[in-house]
Design a binder for this molecule. Structure first.
Ligand SMILES: Cc1cc2nc3c(=O)[nH]c(=O)nc-3n(C[C@H](O)[C@H](O)[C@H](O)COP(=O)(O)OP(=O)(O)OC[C@H]3O[C@@H](n4cnc5c(N)ncnc54)[C@H](O)[C@@H]3O)c2cc1C
Length: 492
């Protein structure tokens, strides 16, 4: 009771200060207005924020940050809220800073092949806006219809085309952001390299913890003349996994190389009728793009490698409509999970490609162990796994089992030399797994970096980087001869 009274007087004080700088329609604080912001795509975790702000320009962003710093209120930046690791989940006595209204494309320079956009511009909207110039923005998360470029920068998002064209970090040239000190920083620039330390690479993927992005300069690339995709069937997931490694080992970098297991293709086929071979244990989608001649030659080479790797059937798209149909199943895999299970938990680990088969076998064993089904969808060429653990939150203990299942998959990824995240970030979801991946020295270095940008730990606190205290509680801190004691561990 006392805590909620405290929040309400703090809320009134904050709203009063915000109203001096922002129009009333940019400030939300009634429960019915803030409810839509209580979670991101990781809907199992929810928290109502104290206040939500929707600034309409950069100077309002700076005002919000200055007010929050003066009043020591934590800020959670938010784009479209499609994140899958809880990065945009609010804090009870904190403020959500939504960039939804900062949604203008500021400049398109077709000659330099760049675009300058505000952070709330949707990923797909960039490609749509530059399409008339024969250009597009390559990183294509499956959520691209909704997710924003600000969120993509914060998560270093990837997608089907990132195997060939790179992740967000390879396609963003400059970022303008506001630090928690209210300072405008500009990282990167219009040239291939920028002077000084490469802080742009530090900032991209920093999950909203170092600054609020207010402007992004993206690279644009020419749309390929044509693209075709092979759908290859395998009677064994291990053969499918090994085929992925064989394609890359043959020196081919496909424009997309994705894999789905039988559970996934059977889940998605009735939903979108993509034409998938639902009898196959695994299917691979292997795309080639370029000139007509290049594509023809590469499709022939990829077909030969896939056959050699044991493909039981190959189908090659013969028209743009058919290519899009083949991809529609992969792109709709997550929503399709909702048709066969009340809830699903999407993991995101990355492994060296050569261990794909071993990890798949491990996941199958875990299905038995936890008594839960798992549909596997991958950005296979990148070694980026998306196991969808299917569960029913209404059944007692199932969510907890799903979480443990997910954590064990991530441990397996680390064990084979991979990482606990590929593109969805750490957020709150994988914060304990950070203690598995990194030593206390490494975590201390991450905390030092965070402190350099945000000394009071007000920007998206308690996300992505665990405290050493937390790792110790999780039983995963590298403590030398027991000399490091709990109470002495820095909480931030
Ligand atoms: C169906 C589905 C499919 C998906 N497929 C993919 C995929 O293929 N590849 C992939 O990489 N991801 C995928 N995602 C995850 C998600 O879409 C991405 O992480 C995306 O980049 C999040 O963007 P957003 O605008 O929704 O950000 P949010 O979810 O709102 O926020 C994500 C993080 O970014 C921070 N942030 C947002 N805006 C700013 C800003 N202006 N300044 C500083 N920090 C900011 C937030 O604090 C948070 O930490 C998928 C999600 C769904 C629901």
């Amino acid at each position: 009771m006392e805590a909620s009274l405290a929040i309400s007087s703090r809320q009134q004080d904050l709203v009063r200060a915000l109203r001096q700088q922002l129009p009333a329609h940019c400030i939300l604080y009634d429960e019915e207005d803030t409810r839509p912001y209580e979670c991101d795509g990781l809907a199992a975790y929810r928290q109502l924020p104290m206040v939500v702000t929707l600034p309409e320009n950069e100077s309002q962003v700076i005002s919000i940050i200055n007010i929050c710093r003066e009043k020591q209120v934590a800020i959670v930046p938010r784009g479209a809220g499609t994140g899958l690791s809880g990065g945009a989940m609010p804090i009870a006595d904190g403020l959500v800073l939504s960039t939804a209204k900062l949604n203008k494309i500021i400049k398109i320079d077709a000659y330099a092949r760049t675009a300058v956009v505000q952070p709330g511009v949707r990923n797909l909207a960039i490609s749509e806006a530059v399409s008339a110039h024969g250009l597009y923005y390559a990183p294509d998360p499956s959520s691209q219809i909704a997710c924003t470029i600000g969120g993509n920068v914060a998560e270093n998002s990837g997608g089907v085309h990132c195997l060939k064209y790179g992740l967000t970090v390879h396609n963003v040239m400059a970022v303008r952001a506001i630090t928690m000190e209210g300072e405008v920083i500009e990282l990167g620039g219009g040239a291939l390299d920028a002077p000084g330390l490469d802080l742009l690479a530090v900032f991209i993927g920093s999950e909203g913890m170092l600054g609020v992005v207010t402007e992004v300069t993206v690279k644009l690339i020419p749309k390929p003349q044509t693209a075709r995709v092979i759908m290859a069937s395998f009677d064994d997931v291990v053969k499918g996994g090994n085929a992925v490694a064989s394609v890359i080992a043959a020196g081919i970098i496909p424009a997309g190389l994705e894999m789905m297991d039988k559970t996934s293709s059977r889940m998605v086929e009735p939903f979108v009728q993509a034409g998938y071979d639902t009898d196959a244990e695994a299917i691979l989608l292997c795309e080639s793009d370029g000139t007509i001649e290049e594509v023809e030659e590469e499709i022939a080479r990829m077909s030969a490698v896939l056959e050699q790797a044991g493909a039981t059937a190959l189908a090659v798209s013969n028209s743009e409509a058919e290519r899009l149909r083949f991809w529609s199943g992969r792109k709709n895999a997550f929503p399709a999970a909702g048709r066969i299970s009340p809830d699903y938990y999407c993991m995101d680990g990355t492994i060296p490609r050569k261990h794909m088969a071993q990890v798949l076998i491990g996941i199958t064993a875990m299905e038995e162990k936890y008594g839960l089904r798992c549909a596997n969808v991958f950005h296979a060429g990148d070694g980026n796994l998306h196991p969808l653990i299917l569960f029913d939150a209404n059944k007692e203990g199932e969510f907890h089992r799903a979480e443990e299942f997910g954590a064990e998959i991530l441990e397996l990824c680390v064990k084979v030399g991979g990482t606990i995240t590929g593109e969805h970030g750490v957020g709150i979801e994988k914060i304990n797994s950070m203690c598995v991946q990194f030593s206390s020295e490494e975590i201390t270095a991450f905390l030092d970096l965070k402190r350099a940008f945000d000394p009071d730990a007000l920007l998206n606190p308690d996300k992505a980087i665990p405290t050493l205290h937390r790792c110790a509680e999780y039983g995963r801190m590298h403590v030398k001869r027991g000399s490091l004691k709990f109470p002495d561990l820095p909480r931030f």
